[in-house]
Write a protein that binds this ligand. Structure first.
Ligand SMILES: NC(=O)c1ccc[n+]([C@@H]2O[C@H](COP(=O)([O-])OP(=O)(O)OC[C@H]3O[C@@H](n4cnc5c(N)ncnc54)[C@H](OP(=O)(O)O)[C@@H]3O)[C@@H](O)[C@H]2O)c1
Length: 220
């Protein structure tokens, strides 16, 4: 499959690298084609790895991944262009973390809205699926790093789009039974507001690979 990855940070590089490894063709996008990090990534990732502007990457992808900071995601997607997103599955990995007042970061949007919803509202023709934002980049592409089963949360308005994202997660090593669908795109609020808890869990356990497993009572 052709995938456009918007973002040259650790998440973009990690996801894009693994996606190429498992056989996809990936264009990594940044604000300006020829970005140093994207060029280095494409050279190292080998066949199937390309780089370009946000618009180049979004235009290239059958599926597009937003791996930019949550506070600038709408700017990055505006540069990608509505026409390059229309009808496509748009995986939103971002978190609205505001580091401007130091650590810990606050959430720039929460409670009644989320970045996932802002993106879906701004691009009604895109099929936005929030996914992967609740785990560290390394765990996104190597869930076996944790010692026991743990969950990947997803949400979105389009069932077929969520099934496609679940399929992609499967190809990255996530067992189907660990992928938990939280419903429509408003579930992004919960997935993004989980970040303060995730930061506490990482600090309490001393592990960036930390994640959670949701359990319910056994069937009666
Ligand atoms: N780190 C993790 O393990 C982890 C885990 C889960 C979720 N996340 C989330 O994943 C997202 C990506 O994180 P990251 O650390 O890989 O990358 P990041 O540093 O948050 O974002 C890098 C990307 O943002 C773009 N960018 C920066 N300022 C911009 C602006 N004003 N307008 C448009 N684009 C701009 C950069 O463009 P250029 O390439 O042109 O510089 C770059 O491609 C974040 O939302 C983060 O919260 C991170």
């Amino acid at each position: 499959m052709r995938i456009g990855v918007l973002g040259t940070g650790v998440v973009g590089q990690t996801l894009a690298g693994k996606l190429v490894q498992v056989g996809h063709e990936v264009t990594m996008g940044s604000r300006q084609a020829g970005n140093e990090k994207a060029l280095a990534w494409a050279a190292a990732a080998g066949d199937g790895a390309h780089e370009g502007s946000f618009a180049d990457a979004a235009g290239f992808g059958e599926v597009v991944i937003n791996a930019t900071g949550g506070m600038v995601s709408l700017d990055a997607l505006a540069a990608a262009g509505a026409g390059n997103l229309a009808g496509k599955v748009l995986i939103d990995v971002s978190n609205p973390l505001d580091f401007s007042k130091g650590m810990p970061p606050t959430l720039s949007v929460c409670n009644t809205d989320s970045v996932g919803e802002q993106i879906q509202r701004a691009y009604p023709d895109a099929r936005v699926v929030k996914a992967f934002n609740t785990v560290n980049a390394g765990v996104m592409v190597d869930p076996g790093q944790a010692a026991a089963p743990h969950n990947l949360f997803i949400c979105g308005n389009d069932g077929a789009a969520k099934a496609q994202v679940a399929g992609l997660a499967l190809s990255l090593g996530w067992p189907a039974e660990d992928i938990l669908d939280l419903g429509d795109i408003a579930g992004s609020r919960a997935m993004e507001m989980y970040l303060p808890m995730w930061l506490r869990l990482a600090s309490a356990t001393g592990s960036w690979q930390v994640n959670v497993k949701v359990v319910t009572p056994p069937p009666a």
